[in-house]
Design a protein around this ligand. Structure first.
Ligand code: SF4
Length: 108
């Protein structure tokens, strides 16, 4: 799930020239802990395997895979759930495989 701060929502709503209320209604939902989340997977702003709001993407997108946050292994299920949907996740996983010396069948 992509967490969105109040400030990020306002910045992106302004960029999209939308009223904040409309932006929230169209793109956000409240999680059980009260945090704002993007209400759709894959994200609304993903198009043709590209982020259409790249300069305004959220901190969670910028920080992915957030190796500075503990318990990376506990997030792997979610990462692989979205591996084939999100180019950022795909590219990061593929780079991690290379960095870790993950062996392939040599066809790539
Ligand atoms: S980086 Fe991906 S998840 Fe983040 S806003 Fe862009 S399309 Fe959405």
């Amino acid at each position: 799930m992509i967490v969105v701060s109040d400030e990020e929502a306002t910045l992106l709503a302004d960029h999209l020239q939308q009223e904040r209320e409309n932006f929230d209604e169209q793109y956000l939902e409240k999680g059980s802990n009260g945090m704002m989340l993007i209400n759709q997977i894959p994200c609304h702003f993903l198009s043709d395997n590209k982020c259409t709001v790249y300069d305004f993407r959220f901190a969670g997108c910028r920080e992915f895979p957030a190796l500075h946050i503990p318990d990376f292994k506990n997030r792997l299920f979610t990462i692989f759930m979205h591996y084939d949907r999100c180019p950022i996740i795909f590219n990061v996983v593929e780079k991690l495989k290379l960095a870790m010396g993950f062996e392939t069948d040599g066809s790539e």
